[in-house]
Design a protein around this ligand. Structure first.
Ligand code: HEC
Length: 93
């Protein structure tokens, strides 16, 4: 019984961490709208040539998250990166 409980909780953890790793563009869109990122980035358009890999995109989102004190967790940063990637960057990831 104990083994079963461990198995179930391990599978659940894997499931949850796997799904949050990819990032959800839908969740990212809401977060991005709420944080009003476009108050700066409408004038400073997201630039796929400058931020030329998905890893750099995640780092850039994380950078602005920290500097603007938005308070997103890592999985929310991934969601926003997934959204921006789908809409503007289109990098393979
Ligand atoms: C106060 C202004 C400001 C706000 C608000 C802001 N940023 Fe930024 N952001 C910058 C600056 C400055 C840079 C780096 C310099 C540049 O790209 O010109 C940058 C760079 C970036 C980049 C890389 C830019 C590129 O060209 O690829 C991303 C992605 C990004 N920010 C995401 C966000 C997200 C997501 C938010 C919302 C939480 C946000 N930013 C809010 C000022 C801002």
């Amino acid at each position: 019984m104990k083994k079963l409980a461990i198995f179930v909780s391990t599978s659940l953890t894997l499931l949850i961490s796997n799904s949050s790793f990819a990032g959800s563009p839908e969740a990212g869109k809401s977060l991005h709208d709420e944080a009003n990122c476009l108050r700066c980035h409408a004038d400073k358009p997201y630039n796929p040539t400058k931020t030329d890999t998905y890893e750099k995109l995640v780092a850039a989102v994380s950078f602005c998250n920290n500097n603007m004190n938005v308070g997103w967790f890592d999985d929310e940063v991934e969601d926003v990166a997934a959204y921006l990637n789908q809409k503007y960057y289109k990098h393979p990831n």
